[in-house]
Design a protein around this ligand. Structure first.
Ligand SMILES: Cc1cc2nc3c(=O)[nH]c(=O)nc-3n(C[C@H](O)[C@H](O)[C@H](O)COP(=O)(O)OP(=O)(O)OC[C@H]3O[C@@H](n4cnc5c(N)ncnc54)[C@H](O)[C@@H]3O)c2cc1C
Length: 441
């Protein structure tokens, strides 16, 4: 760690050994981590160094955030800059975490459209990789971005907005960490709302063939969990919006009735039914604020590290059932290494490097046991099974897809490279992950 007035190390992250990501499966290639407490400090660091990357909350499972040279963190800056009730936007420091912003917004009478499975991730890091929640009409979290402020490789402050900058803005929102240092993000907000969460058990997989759209569109946000065995979706999580009067906005039958053959849970459940639901958000239809129902895990529960690996693939929603059945055929290869899989839907968007670009999508997610050699052997089978659907991997999770294949699935990639060249001509923010996946053969 280098030290100095601007360059004091982030002691809380600096383990005696190596700086690692949240899951502990990836050790960053340098421990030179500089905290920046102001935009001027960010500019100084950017001007001073030939090569650097920004670390968010370190929740990616691969090397996307890595640097062999220098890392910087904006974690010391985590404030709300301004709420504009008329424009329905909030502007925040980019390093702020969703879990910090959400209660503030709720208290002011506002909400975000969606959240990921956990609220501990930074807004900048989440949007950089097109992190998503679920809901047939919900775009990923980056689709809520209305404006960005960032520091270019030359140290200049630049802004881009949805309103004024059109394609340049849509190019920049899902930037994979290659564009510069995001310092502020403006997000769309809406009036706050309450939600209820209901969990059902043992949905026959066959129901998806006939009723996929009805099941996934039943509520504002729907997640299916499975270990791919017994031709069952082990849990269905329905997240329902209540309107101002407190009534559910989705018409529902009696909550004690079956759901396409699944039966209502009789107690709160963890996505892995054998584990304690203590840290999960409220279920059994108990109403609560949007930010305490949309994530699966409570903000108050802050795991500092994980003991799992994750992979996720996006396929066009029109191919959802075929893709699910293709993975189900691999069950005996997949399940031994799996903790749980989750199926979610995400609406299409117009953000160039989003896996949901112009494509309403199904995301097939795998939480793996922490055994990379085994996972590494299974991923090519999954990628091959999903190849007919042009699957795109989650930018922040583990995949083995050849760069040429990945590149062929992003029609705007040549334009994205051009945009990176404009703001970062010398490749100051480029690392091995970007060189391989965006430029490699
Ligand atoms: C337990 C767990 C649950 C998860 N659940 C979900 C989920 O429900 N849905 C989903 O889609 N994903 C999920 N993820 C993945 C996660 O949301 C993404 O990996 C996300 O990118 C993590 O954000 P981060 O701030 O931790 O990013 P980091 O890993 O720290 O960084 C990610 C990228 O963002 C860049 N970056 C970060 N901050 C800045 C900045 N200020 N300026 C420029 N670039 C920046 C980094 O350089 C890097 O390229 C989960 C991950 C974990 C560990």
């Amino acid at each position: 760690m280098l030290a100095g007035n601007v360059l004091a190390p982030l002691v809380s992250w600096a383990t005696p050994e190596t700086l690692k990501n949240w899951a502990g499966n990836f050790a960053y290639s340098t421990d030179r981590l500089y905290p920046a407490k102001s935009i001027v400090q960010v500019q100084e660091l950017v001007r001073k160094h030939q090569n650097l990357k920004v670390l968010g909350t370190r929740h990616c499972f691969n090397s996307i955030a890595d640097s062999t040279h220098n890392l910087i963190s904006l974690a010391p800056m985590e404030e709300v800059i301004g709420l504009d009730p008329k424009a329905r936007t909030v502007t925040v420091d980019a390093a702020m975490r969703y879990g910090q912003l959400a209660p503030y917004l709720d208290q002011k009478g506002f909400a975000l459209h969606n959240l990921a499975s956990l609220p501990h991730i930074s807004i900048a890091g989440a949007c950089a990789t097109a992190t998503h929640g679920s809901g047939v009409k919900n775009g990923n979290l980056a689709t809520a971005v209305a404006g960005l402020e960032f520091i270019t490789a030359g140290g200049e402050v630049r802004t881009l907005s949805r309103e004024k900058d059109g394609e340049a803005f849509r190019a920049a929102v899902v930037h994979l960490g290659g564009l510069g240092v995001m310092t502020k993000v403006t997000l769309d907000i809406q009036p706050t709302f309450q939600m209820q969460q209901y969990v059902y058990e043992n949905l026959p997989l066959a129901q998806l063939s006939d009723h996929f759209e009805a099941i996934m569109g039943h509520d504002y946000s729907v997640s299916l969990f499975t270990d791919w065995q017994r031709k069952l979706i082990s849990e269905v999580w329905l997240k329902r919006r209540l309107n101002e009067g407190g009534a559910a906005t989705t018409k529902s039958e009696s909550e004690t009735a079956d759901f396409f053959g699944a039966t209502p849970a009789i107690k709160n459940l963890h996505p892995i039914a054998e584990l304690s639901a203590e840290n999960c958000t409220g279920q059994m239809g108990v109403p609560g604020p949007w930010y305490e129902r949309m994530p699966h895990f409570r903000m108050g529960f802050t795991p500092s590290s994980g003991n799992e690996l994750q992979s996720e693939y996006f396929v066009p929603r029109r191919n959802a059932v075929e893709a699910i059945l293709a993975i189900e055929k691999l069950r005996d290869s997949v399940t031994p290494h799996l903790m749980i899989s989750e199926l979610r839907t995400i609406d299409g968007d117009d953000l160039w490097m989003s896996p949901c670009y112009k494509q309403p999508s199904l995301a097939i997610h795998f939480t793996w046991k922490p055994d990379w050699p085994s996972v590494q052997r299974v991923l090519p089978q999954i990628e091959s099974a999903l190849a007919p659907f042009g699957a795109r991997p989650h930018w922040g999770k583990l995949f083995t897809m050849a760069p040429a294949t990945l590149q062929s699935r992003y029609e705007k990639l040549p334009d994205f490279r051009e945009m990176l060249r404009k703001y970062d001509p010398q490749g100051k923010f480029r690392n091995a992950f970007l060189s391989t996946n965006l430029y490699g053969a």
